[in-house]
Design a protein around this ligand. Structure first.
Ligand code: ASP
Length: 444
């Protein structure tokens, strides 16, 4: 129960999602082949598509996404500066960085290996014919040296304006270190940053109140336009990806989490509900970052100094769900085009997909761009992407939820290893309350 009537925020977001799917599905049926439906209102007729789908739902959904994205750069910069300057020992930073990057890369490699194995067992490409009009415009993927050089901003304000998160992270780390080394001046500035951080976090909590409506609009629009019959023709591919995603989240994460933290993995998964709902409805781990960060600190108990580093880093370089799609898609496309991949090809796929995830930000559909890079690497036709693109939206939503779960899992493991995980918060389901509720100030 919450102050906002009778439902908690999670329940309200769930309701928004279910209602959105129902309304979208209903509209899809009403619109039929003509793609529109006019209601005669005497003086004029109302176009359902124009008014609801491209109007209300589109505007509502985009405002929701924009308001989440609006928070990302200030939140990451301010909380990372606070986190870095509170680390007394600069060596700690190197250790944190090393552990996080290693864990992120290792979990991604495990994810794609599992995906390839499942896909090779299920053979999703059997019986699928290549459509003659299959075309896909592959973008050129950056090379590893380009990614590394590109992490260092020439202009930090430009990096923030472009939402280049790796550059923002690097600048925030350097700024935080310099602050910690600046004596009194650094201390004064640190207290300003602490205050700023609190205000931004309050803004996150405030904006969460529009989430149920935003989620409703996103789902209603999506399910009015989505071509669900494509899923039937690509059912095997679709369900192998879904199965591998669930397997990775429920089995692999559970084992790794239990092994490294000794804590209850079911409690971890339960605390992830809100974040997964946000990720699912926005299809963007970057846009979900404000919620991920709140969950990591307020529900999972990771300290701000660890979470402010690992969460933005994870949202940029960790994409286990995306890697799973890439593994399954590579096997699928190889089978459709009748290409036999060797063990060394698969190793190349694992390596390329893991590295590709480092240089690309978590936004909707970016996984397909990364897939083009993987396919190129093993000589498969990128046109294969055109075959799976129709079912990718629903998969994108699901894999984004896995991506953010991975970010939080690694955050907990790193925090625990540093003695920076508050188990009382982790074990207290009531800890979720502060995140879920916002009590508007009463006039006195
Ligand atoms: N939408 C995913 C994310 O933001 C990336 C992708 O798989 O396309 O994490």
């Amino acid at each position: 129960m919450s102050s906002k009537g009778s439902f908690s925020l999670t329940t309200r977001i769930m309701l928004g999602m279910v209602l959105g799917i129902a309304v979208g599905g209903l509209l899809q049926l009403m619109l039929g082949e003509e793609q529109d439906f006019l209601i005669n209102l005497g003086l004029f007729s109302l176009s359902i598509k124009g008014f609801f789908v491209d109007g209300l739902f589109h505007i509502g959904g985009q405002i929701f996404i924009a308001s989440l994205k609006m928070l990302v750069v200030p939140l990451v910069f301010v909380s990372l500066v606070c986190g870095t300057c509170s680390l007394s020992d600069p060596k700690t930073l190197g250790r944190l960085g090393g552990k996080s990057v290693l864990l992120y890369l290792a979990t991604t490699a495990i994810a794609i290996t599992v995906a390839i194995t499942f896909a090779l067992i299920a053979n999703p490409g059997d019986g699928i014919t290549i459509p003659s009009d299959a075309t896909y415009d592959a973008k050129v993927a950056p090379t590893l040296p380009e990614v590394i050089i590109g992490m260092f901003p020439t202009n930090p304000i430009g990096a923030m304006a472009d939402s280049n998160m790796l550059q923002v992270i690097v600048f925030a780390l350097l700024f935080g270190i310099a602050m910690a080394l600046s004596g009194e001046a650094g201390k004064r500035l640190a207290s300003v940053f602490e205050d700023l951080n609190n205000v931004i976090l309050k803004l996150v909590t405030l904006l969460m109140n529009i989430a149920p409506y935003g989620v409703f609009c996103l789902m209603a629009k999506l399910f009015t336009t989505i071509e669900l019959d494509l899923i039937v023709s690509l059912a095997k591919y679709f369900f192998v990806v879904i199965f591998a995603l669930f397997f990775h989240a429920l089995v692999n994460y559970t084992i790794i989490f239990k092994l490294f933290t000794g804590l209850n993995p079911l409690r971890f998964l339960a605390q992830m509900k809100d974040t997964c709902l946000f990720a699912f409805s926005t299809s963007s781990s970057s846009a979900t970052m404000p919620v991920t960060l709140e969950t990591a600190t307020k529900k999972l108990g990771a300290s701000n100094s660890v979470a402010s580093f690992t969460v933005p880093l994870g949202a940029t370089i960790n994409m286990d769900g995306t890697a799973i799609m890439q593994g399954c898609a590579t096997v699928f496309i190889a089978q459709v085009f009748g290409v036999d991949l060797t063990i060394s090809d698969y190793l190349m796929v694992i390596l390329t997909a893991t590295l590709a995830s480092v240089g690309t930000a978590g936004v909707p559909g970016v996984g397909l761009i990364m897939l083009a890079m993987v396919l190129n690497q093993v000589g498969l036709p990128v046109e294969g992407i055109a075959i799976i693109i129709g079912v990718d939206r629903l998969l994108d939503m699901t894999r984004t939820a896995v991506n953010v779960t991975g970010d939080c899992m690694v955050t907990c493991v790193v925090a625990k290893s540093e003695g920076q995980l508050d188990e009382a918060v982790f074990n207290d389901l009531e800890s979720a309350k502060e995140l879920e509720e916002y009590n508007p100030p009463t006039k006195s």
